[in-house]
Design a protein around this ligand. Structure first.
Ligand SMILES: NC(=O)c1ccc[n+]([C@@H]2O[C@H](COP(=O)([O-])OP(=O)(O)OC[C@H]3O[C@@H](n4cnc5c(N)ncnc54)[C@H](O)[C@@H]3O)[C@@H](O)[C@H]2O)c1
Length: 358
């Protein structure tokens, strides 16, 4: 068992059964517990938790529908009402057992219920372990816009047990891998060299890599907790990625990690075209991502719509197109303002990669 301290929150890495989780349950032994799960973590993860930790047998289980479309206030109302009904009080504990949707929702629910009660995260997806459960951001979507309502509230503790990944579908593992590649590209060339050669799902879920990603996210978030500067590095691949995710939602929805992977190619391409990133490094990034993620054709008539989506991204200020630019593998700069034609060219290039059979 290893513990990383993150903004005052301990992140325990290793088997849940190796100590600190039992100590926490002991601390809350006289308190009520609420366990938040979605349909899949209910089926794949909850039974283990209740069997291994019998003191949780009396916990109230809040079963949420799975999927991003349920990261919504309507779901929160139902959970808050049930918590009132079960007379959950300010010194009780919420345990979020799930992927990023459950930890974002459950963290938000707990952070405002009775002006905030203690909660912990037990992330069960790779995305949750390397990114979503880490950093204190939580929240819900509104009117099709992501994470519009939320708080930044640190959980009491985070428990990362990679054993939960055994039941995670392959596509979801690649989703998490995209965020790990992002951490490497913006901050750590040596980590990139380790990640770029991984192939199998077993290789992708090694705890050492999960730990490295958490350390890198910690480094950025602790330097800039309110996202005024350095934390924006974490948006690499996301300006283009979010627009692609929204655009394809009504056609053939693509996973967040897939969209970010395409976004990272596009944003690296812009960096190369600007003369900031060397061509051989650009090619290396393109090859690594193409190896794992399918390329998608982007119709020419979609380009304007995609650029408009990027202008409206909540992270963009004053309607500009702000990107993170890669200077080299392992180093990036924030707040680079793009022109529409640069972004359009990157989108056309992405589409060409799909047309030429990758
Ligand atoms: N708060 C943050 O800083 C932050 C950062 C990144 C992403 N996010 C959010 O995280 C969400 C994406 O997270 P995600 O990719 O984990 O999505 P998710 O929670 O929807 O999980 C993906 C799928 O895997 C299933 N699943 C999870 N763990 C499982 C397991 N062990 N076995 C079987 N199935 C399992 C889920 O039920 C779901 O169907 C998005 O809403 C995103 O906005 C938040």
């Amino acid at each position: 068992m290893m513990t990383i301290q993150f903004n005052g929150t301990p992140i325990h890495l290793g088997s849940l059964e190796s100590g600190p989780f039992n100590a926490l349950l002991e601390e809350y032994s006289t308190r009520k517990k609420v366990i938040v799960v979605d349909e899949n973590t209910h089926d794949c993860c909850l039974e283990y938790l209740l069997t291994a930790f019998p003191s949780l047998e009396d916990a109230e289980v809040m079963l949420l529908p799975a999927g991003e479309e349920n990261k919504a206030l309507e779901v929160c109302y139902q959970v808050w009402s049930a918590m009132l009904e079960y007379q959950i009080n300010r010194n009780d504990l919420v345990i979020n057992l799930g992927g990023g949707v459950v930890t974002d929702l459950g963290g938000f629910i707990a952070s405002v219920y009775k002006r905030g009660i203690d909660f912990i995260h037990i992330p069960t997806s790779l995305m949750g372990m390397v990114d979503a459960a880490i950093g204190g951001k939580n929240g819900v979507d509104l009117n099709g816009l992501k994470n519009i309502i939320g708080t930044i509230t640190q959980p009491k503790a985070i428990f990362v047990d990679s054993g939960f990944l055994e039941t995670l579908p392959a596509e979801e593992i690649f989703n998490g891998y995209a965020e790990m590649l992002k951490h490497a590209l913006i901050l750590d060339a040596a980590y990139w060299n380790q990640l770029k050669v991984l192939n199998t799902e077993e290789e992708l879920i090694q705890l050492t890599n999960i730990i490295r990603s958490i350390e890198l996210k910690k480094q950025v978030v602790e330097a800039d907790p309110t996202e005024k500067g350095k934390r924006k590095l974490l948006n690499f691949g996301h300006s283009l990625g979010h627009a692609l995710e929204s655009y394809f939602l009504s056609k053939q929805a693509i996973a967040h990690g897939h969209a970010v992977a395409l976004g990272m190619i596009g944003e690296s391409y812009v960096s190369y075209k600007r003369g900031v990133l060397a061509v051989d490094e650009y090619r290396e990034i393109e090859q690594c991502i193409i190896r794992v993620f399918p390329m998608l054709e982007i119709p020419e008539e979609a380009i304007e719509e995609l650029i408009e989506l990027m202008r409206n991204d909540k992270k963009n200020e004053r309607n500009t197109l702000n990107f993170v630019l890669l200077e080299c593998i392992g180093k990036a700069q924030v707040n680079a303002e793009m022109t529409s034609s640069e972004v359009g060219e990157a989108l056309l290039h992405l589409s060409l990669l799909a047309q030429h059979g990758n």
